[in-house]
Design a protein around this ligand. Sequence first.
Ligand SMILES: *Cc1c(COP(=O)(O)O)cnc(C)c1O
Length: 309
Amino acid sequence: MTQLHITTPVLAHRPLSARLHKSVWLKMDNLQPSGSFKLRGIGLMCQRAAAQGAQHFVCPSGGNAGFAAAVAGVALGLPTTIFVPETTAESVRAEIRAIGATVIVTGKVWDETNQAALQSCEQPGAVYIPPFDHPDIWNGNATLIDEVAGKLDFDVVLCSVGGGGLLSGIVQGLHRNGLAHIPVIAVETEGAASLHASVQAGELVTLPAITSIATTLGARRVAQQAFDWTQKHAIHSVTVSDAQAVAACLAFADDMRTLVEPACGATLAVAYQNLPVLKEFKRPLIVVCGGIAVDMVKLEAWKTQFNLP
Ligand SMILES: *Cc1c(COP(=O)(O)O)cnc(C)c1O
């Protein structure tokens, strides 16, 4: 079974390395054909389902998960339907259609869209592709660590957390490569900090609402698996403000000539702000998770919104 995702480069972040007196490494998963790491997990899940006779993929997401499912479904030659809420921009719908998937617009909020997607999966052969909560997705996301294990000397991994599918994959990848001793810094924006709230409460918590502009991180409740890892692995849960996430996107665009979503900027912000959690580490590996919901116009608008210089 050939993989649908690509092996992404690791780059040194030279300006930040000099400023922090550390070796700051970047795993450039923004370069995946789907624009984010999500093709790793969703690609694997779709491949396994196809091998078991799936006829049709259904994914409820107008974001990076839907985009990855569209790329995977088309690559596997199976009809793929992406359900998006009415709030999804026409440009995003057009982008998903351009890949070759069908877009169905339904529901005012994601929960309604999700219900419609689940209903359509009642036809035989249709397989529901969730954004983060499935073992195949964690397994596929773990390939990110397979690609660096034994090749790169790092002492901590930094990643963003939405529903925790990326985090679960990274921790799984560390364990399956004999790197269970390597800690992870798990980053959320303040208005989307469902993992942080759960860690503080000592149990899985559902947030009443998402108030961050980093909507890609906006899962009100993380996967049970992600919370369970916080009890079994050294995971430092930290939060940054939306303004810090956007400032990091702007600095990263200048430093590395690369645009990423605030969902990814959140993790970069830990290094750009040199937060205390980084102090004990010398060789941080930052997962540049990417995201397609960003362009120059959006970055400029957020820059103005947060009064950034
Ligand atoms: C999906 C996504 C996340 C969050 O991943 P989870 O698996 O939901 O925790 C972060 N950043 C980007 C760019 C994403 O697409």
